[in-house]
Design a protein. Structure first.
Length: 231
């Protein structure tokens, strides 16, 4: 049985329109709301779904109960990206170096998130995805394209090797992106990638790269799950 978490460190990214709450030690477990209270409530609501993702991959995850206290250790000022609906500001913890065991742990979490996304895609094949109240929402193939496009961008942000996709089908490209992401995580953690890019821009740290990638993958995995119709 998983050990019950009594106190969980979280951070808040707050903008004028939206707040993200993220579990500091568990990349991918981050949800948004109109204000800090709503974001923290959403984070707690998604604990069972996040736990299912990790435990299905054999990763130990503590039991989150009503008695688990969310300890807000950092409040960050969001920006236009936060307003739009994506986390954009790294918590200060993400500047800390990674040990080899932490890299392995983060790699396992990323693989668990990718597995959840693949399972959601497989479950949605041949089914209709429910539209939003105003008819919005990408079709399944567009969601897959969007997720892969973001991963190309994330690799650039951390300074990883670009993935050449000529002649690749979707599955091959996805597999290549994931291999490149794991390699970039390891290289960044080992200090093999300069902290600034060739034009002087600051690159993402290894921790933030894993955090952002895990969040985006799960966000769309859960979107697919929630939009599958039973018709």
């Amino acid at each position: 049985m998983a050990q019950t978490a009594k106190n969980l460190p979280v951070y808040l990214e707050i903008s004028s329109k939206k707040t993200f709450a993220g579990a500091l030690e568990w990349p991918g477990w981050a949800r948004s709301g109109r204000d800090p209270e709503a974001a923290l409530a959403a984070l707690r609501d998604y604990a069972p779904r996040y736990a299912q993702v990790l435990r299905a991959a054999g990763i130990d995850f503590p039991e989150i109960t009503e008695d688990t206290e969310f300890d807000v250790v950092e409040r960050l000022e969001g920006n236009a990206t936060t307003d739009f609906g994506a986390p954009a500001i790294p918590p200060s913890r993400d500047a800390d170096p990674l040990t080899a065991s932490e890299v392995d742990h983060l790699s396992k979490i990323l693989n668990a998130c990718w597995r959840a996304f693949d399972e959601a895609v497989a479950a949605a094949q041949g089914k209709t995805l429910r539209k939003g109240p105003r008819g919005g929402g990408r079709e399944l193939d567009r969601i897959i394209e969007h997720v892969m496009g973001a991963e190309h961008g994330y690799l650039t942000s951390v300074g990883g090797e670009k993935v050449r996709t000529d002649g690749m089908d979707t599955q091959e490209e996805m597999a290549a992106l994931r291999r490149a992401a794991l390699a970039a995580l390891e290289a960044s953690a080992a200090g093999q990638i300069p902290a600034t890019g060739p034009r002087g821009g600051e690159r993402w740290t290894a921790r933030y790269f894993a955090r952002r990638l895990a969040w985006h993958t799960l966000d769309h995995a859960w979107e697919i799950e929630d939009r599958i119709t039973t018709e």
